[in-house]
Design a protein around this ligand. Sequence first.
Ligand code: SF4
Length: 326
Amino acid sequence: MARIFSGIQPSGELHIGNYLGAVRNWVALQGTVDAIYCIVDYHAIIAAYEPSQLRERRREMALGLLAAGIDPEQASLFVQSDVPEHTELAWIFNTVAPLGELERQTQFKDKSQRMESVNAGLLNYPILQAADILLYRADRVPVGEDQLQHLELSRVIARRWNAQFSPETNFFPEPEAWLTPTRRIMGLDGQSKMSKSTGNTIGLLESPEEIWAKLRPAVTDPKRIRKTDPGTPEVCNIYHLHKAFSAPAVVDHVAHQCSTAGWGCLDCKKVLAESMETELVPIRRRAEMLRATPEAVNDALATGAARCRTLARETMRGVRDRMGFD
Ligand code: SF4
């Protein structure tokens, strides 16, 4: 069975951008592959943070993932810092990773320009990502298009390490991308990717009232000023959310009503809110059950970490042996 690895930062409550861009796909894949899903808390400390909030956010993310449908019987879910081999392998990969390629990473260039003081962790972030994936010798990595450059660097690191320490057997496989089917989800401002730091999200566990309070003013086709103006669905974020949540017949109806000025944007958003409810009600119910039985979250993370530690130690035995540490 092919093995996949994917990680998510403990940013607290899951939002629908996380859900549609990654987690819904994770749920679909579990059981069909050996799925390893990781809450990457070491990645989260690159920016300033409050330790007490990190604890809370890790826990809330785990609860959200389980509520969204990650099944500990079918996938290994764990917290990165519970398997210290991630940082050990990252240090080793520091010694083969090409500095020029790290500096050329688009995310590093974007983020470093916006920061007053840049720490080495921001530059080395993709090295830790490579260690996350290669520690489990994963064959494939479910990713969005914006992560392809980092994944390519993981392949370069695997190739370089293999060439130096395992030229005959290629100990580390070069992981392949498995592109997530849903396109990038834009935020409610319609301007940038949905992200907690931008404040343009809808939380996966928010109530129908909270969701409607956010959907109601959300940006639509900017050229549709009056109800009588025909719109262009493809340029509207609400239409893309319909594509993610509504049945195909509803999506067709939305496109028709929009392009013929058959209804107003509020009518369209009300239908979207109904479609979202169909998918979100069972997720909210599972979250309530998990809040009432916190030991279920602890048990899931402990089981995942125990299995992943065993796999990680096995890989590190092979690494140490080939590098002359044993
Ligand atoms: Fe967007 Fe719907 Fe308004 Fe068209 S009718 S612009 S798809 S919200």
